[in-house]
Structures are given as structure tokens and as C-alpha cells.
Design a protein around this ligand. Structure first.
Ligand code: AMP
Length: 114
């Protein structure tokens, strides 16, 4: 089922896009939890981590990590550090059922998460 992120991919609603390749899109989170809070998504519809099942999906995950590394450099947080998070399912607090990797940084992040 399509989500609001499909509308961002199709440019039907605006987003602050910071990075794009053939397969991956990244944009700033509308409700940032850190000075840098960017969402990295595949352009194909995959609902959540447990739906990653094919070699193509696994390759896409690698592309998302590659994107995160490049964006962290762009945002000057590569050296200071950052956090990558996939929420998966209700208990994690996943709200949008289009796979997305949160890239968080620009401040000291606490651990464990809530
Ligand atoms: P999650 O709770 O892991 O599903 O995260 C979904 C994230 O999407 C939240 O951090 C929201 O703030 C963010 N979000 C929802 N709608 C938009 C939007 N239109 N543009 C940018 N970020 C959004």
C-alpha cells in the first residue's frame, strides 16, 4: 500500500531532498529529533525490514548505507558520529510503512533509546 513517501518520490508533495540516485531518495525529516535528521528510502515500495527478502532488496540496503555515509559527509557529521535507525513494526513506533533509514546526528545522542 502506498504511503506519503510515495508522494514524495513522485514529487506530488514537497520535501527537502538532500540526496538522490536511481534507486534511493533522502530528505529531511519534517519533525527532526536532532540537528541532522534525514530519512533515506528506497524508491520501490517495501513496507518494513521484515519484508526484505530478495537479493535485490539486500543490494538496496547496501545502497541505503552508502547513501547514509555520503550524506553524513555532506552534513559534516561523518567524523563526530551519527546514528542509523530502522524502526520495524508497531512496538518500534514505526509510523510510515515505507522502509526508511533514519540518519541522526549533530548532537550527542543518548543510549539506550526510549
Ligand atoms: P517512523 O516512526 O520510523 O515510521 O518514522 C517516520 C518519520 O517520517 C517520522 O520521523 C516523521 O517525522 C517523518 N515524516 C512523516 N511525514 C513526513 C514528510 N511528509 N516529510 C518528511 N518526513 C516525514
Amino acid at each position: 500500500m502506498s504511503t506519503i513517501f510515495s508522494k514524495i518520490i513522485n514529487r506530488e508533495i514537497p520535501a527537502d531532498i538532500v540526496y538522490e540516485t536511481e534507486n534511493v531518495l533522502a530528505f529531511r525529516d519534517i519533525n527532526p529529533q536532532a540537528p541532522v535528521h534525514i530519512l533515506i528510502i528506497p524508491k520501490i515500495e517495501i513496507s518494513k525490514v521484515t519484508d526484505i527478502k530478495t537479493p535485490e532488496h539486500s543490494h538496496l540496503m547496501g545502497e541505503m548505507i552508502e547513501a547514509a555515509n555520503k550524506i553524513a559527509k555532506q552534513e559534516n557529521i561523518s567524523e563526530t558520529g551519527f546514528r542509523l535507525v530502522f524502526n520495524c513494526g508497531d512496538d518500534s513506533g514505526q509510523d510510515v510503512y515505507h522502509l526508511h533509514l533514519h540518519l541522526l546526528g549533530g548532537r550527542k545522542l543518548s543510549w539506550p533509546p526510549g
